[in-house]
Design a protein around this ligand. Structure first.
Ligand code: GLU
Length: 374
């Protein structure tokens, strides 16, 4: 596959935009021309049926000028105040340029907590899935206003990779002002070689190329980009580090512009199934009848109707074991209902769930995408 194809064949793409590309560092103004061209790129993706999520930095850079905060290092609460002011303007700018293509922007602000707390993670995942299904373009940034030092991502490179994992994205593109990884710092070494592809894993040799400091790429630096690549690859998401300084950076990538691709061995689906099968500690057991057993073997989801017993205590989003009547393990999966709710709806038709629980949850108790047969 050529570099461009890695992008055009991705069903779901996350684009991370660095602050320096978007915001004039002197005036704090959003670079409208650049953003309009980016919207054009995004519209091309959508026209091809690809889903796009944007992770954008720049709230603090825009906001600080409007609050006349000057150019010196900001205190945490000043950055938070700046972000509150800047995010409104930033979101408005995205909304305006994407509206030209009839695309709807949906603002989603997240913190590190949201990607580590299981229930919030599942909620964020479900909301993003729903937005994408409805054709919107989620615009994500860190919720700087409420994040304290301890719960800050601090850099949107890692935030973007967590979001990519959350929505099982096929590809993640980090747009900044470097065109990829070099075997040594290209700003100091004329003979530095560009690396077009890193396959499978970030080896010690690759890690060494990033240097130890912020090295040749501003805020996040090459180190956080490699960290983002590691997170993305473990979930089967391929990632690119690409230069976004010119107009239409995504189109340029498609046409073969220099960049570095980090290519995982698995795809998001197989990586997720691997994770379900091995990494998760089951919190309980769902016992099913013969009809449900046949359905699972046919590749179908597990519906409440085929469930005869629930053992253990678990919450929505926890890992569970699915067994037959005789205790034989049939599958492992992620449950869409807590043990309490599962007990109430087991043996009932999907259409009866809402009447029993008082809310409309998922039709399946364990969706087939969240299920791995043993
Ligand atoms: N969340 C910060 C902002 O929007 C950016 C963090 C980063 O530059 O990676 O201003």
């Amino acid at each position: 596959m050529s570099g461009g194809t890695h992008l055009t064949t991705a069903r779901r793409v996350i684009i991370k935009i660095g602050s320096a590309l978007l915001v004039d560092q002197e005036t704090g103004a959003v670079n409208r021309r650049w953003l309009a061209a980016l919207a054009d790129d995004v519209a091309q993706f959508r026209a091809r049926g690809q889903e796009v999520v944007i992770v954008s930095s720049g709230a603090i850079a825009v906001g600080r000028r409007h609050l006349s905060l000057g150019t010196e290092q900001l205190r945490l609460e000043e950055s938070q105040a700046a972000a509150a002011t800047g995010m409104v303007r930033l979101a408005h700018a995205y909304q305006e340029v994407l509206a030209e293509y009839d695309l709807t922007v949906a603002q989603v602000l997240v913190t590190l907590d949201d990607s580590e707390n299981r229930r919030r993670y599942i909620n964020a995942r479900n909301t993003l899935e729903t937005l994408l299904k409805l054709g919107a373009v989620p615009l994500i940034n860190e919720n700087d206003t409420v994040a304290t030092d301890e719960i800050r991502f601090g850099d949107n490179d890692r935030l973007a990779s967590r979001v990519a994992v959350m929505v099982s994205a096929d590809a993640l593109v980090l747009l900044s002002h470097v065109d990829g990884l070099y075997d040594k710092d290209p700003t100091e070494n004329d003979d530095a070689n560009h690396i077009a592809e890193v396959q499978g894993e970030i080896s010690a040799a690759v890690q060494g190329m990033a240097g130890t400091s912020m090295s040749y790429d501003g805020s996040g630096g090459m180190l956080t980009k490699l960290e983002a690549a590691r997170i993305a690859m473990a979930a089967g998401t391929r990632m690119a580090i690409a230069d976004g300084t010119e107009l239409n950076p995504l189109k340029r990538m498609e046409e073969g512009a220099l960049c570095t691709w980090f290519l995982p061995d698995a795809n998001p689906k197989t990586a997720r199934k691997r994770w379900i099968a091995s990494a998760l500690k089951p919190a309980g057991t769902i016992v099913i009848d013969d009809g449900a057993l046949r359905a699972l073997n046919d590749g179908k989801s597990l519906l409440p109707a085929g469930v005869t017993n629930i053992q253990g205590r678990f919450e929505r989003g926890d890992a569970v074991v699915v067994t037959a009547h005789d205790g034989r393990e049939i599958a492992r999966g992620i449950t869409a209902y807590s043990a309490n709710d599962a007990r109430r709806i087991m043996g009932n038709k999907t259409s009866e769930i809402e009447g029993i629980l008082g809310y409309r949850g998922r039709d399946e108790m364990v969706h087939r995408d969240d299920l791995v047969l043993s």
